[in-house]
Ligand binder design. Structure first.
Ligand code: MF3
Ligand code: CO
Length: 251
């Protein structure tokens, strides 16, 4: 395992990639409404990213065919944009990455399409909250598992299941770097966090079981029990001297 530590110049480049990534989510959030297709959202994201002088990180990644992932309702992650029309009451998780200056940003949010049920609203809120519970521990000197445990407790105390088959990750010159960042306890303490590490922390939370499986398109991951799923991800910088982590993809 090799975890990269970014220097000042590299951090500045990560901030730029992160800002574009976050702003892309803002563009998508403003466009989500009943009647729009996931492919239209993909086009908006791609145009925005290219317009910033960046490249979509996902397009062509292991052959992935689009610029964003659009995962609707029981889809957990890696949903491929298509002609699917969003309907009132749907929830949609949008995951986006932007690459510029040699570095990647990676972030995801789940948006409500019109009015949604109270349970699904709670799912989205708890998933976001679990991220913020986790990054309280994203400080130099702490162990990676401190983040994982806090995320798990937050989601499970609300009665939800935390996805295990997909995890967060280090990020930098490559979209996926070491370490892996589980959103649950796995008996390992994990690495010690150090200033200059940049991490994509990304809880995926289901209303029911944590279990998931992939569809035959080779990408789309869905819940086993048909429950709905939410995703909340930011690229985060560990700062010196136990300082607060810096969220690079906020908007
Ligand atoms: N952004 C995802 C992650 O958080 C990966 C997207 S997979 C891709 O790790 F193929 F769509 F790029
Ligand atoms: Co990620």
């Amino acid at each position: 395992m090799s975890v990269t530590i970014k220097n000042g110049k590299e951090i500045e480049a990560m901030r730029i990639a992160g800002r574009i990534t976050g702003q892309t989510l803002r563009v998508i959030e403003a466009a989500v409404r009943p009647g729009i297709t996931t492919k239209e959202l993909d086009k908006l994201a791609e145009e925005y990213i290219l317009g910033c002088g960046a490249k979509p990180s996902f397009k062509g990644y292991f052959g992935y065919p689009a610029s964003i992932c659009t995962s609707v309702n029981d889809q957990v992650v890696h949903g491929i944009p298509s002609g699917r029309v969003l309907e009132e009451g749907d929830i949609i998780s949008v995951d986006v990455g932007a690459y510029i200056g040699g570095f990647h940003g990676d972030a995801a949010r789940t948006f409500a399409v019109g009015e949604i049920s109270p349970e699904h609203k709670k799912l989205i809120d708890v998933t976001e909250k679990s991220f913020f519970c986790g990054i309280k521990f994203a400080k130099n000197g702490n162990y990676l598992s401190d983040i994982s445990a806090a995320i798990q407790d937050c989601a499970e105390n609300a009665g939800f299941g935390v996805v295990r088959d997909y995890v967060g990750h280090g990020i930098g010159r490559k979209m996926h770097e070491d370490p892996q960042i589980p959103n649950y306890r796995n008996n390992k303490r994990g690495i010690r966090l150090r200033a200059g590490m940049t991490l994509a922390i990304e809880p995926m939370v289901n209303t029911g079981t944590h279990k998931v499986h992939s569809l035959s398109d080779g990408w789309t991951v869905v819940t086993k029990d048909g429950g709905y799923s939410a995703h909340y991800e930011n690229t985060v910088l560990i700062t010196p001297n136990g300082g607060e982590p810096e969220i690079l993809t906020l908007y």
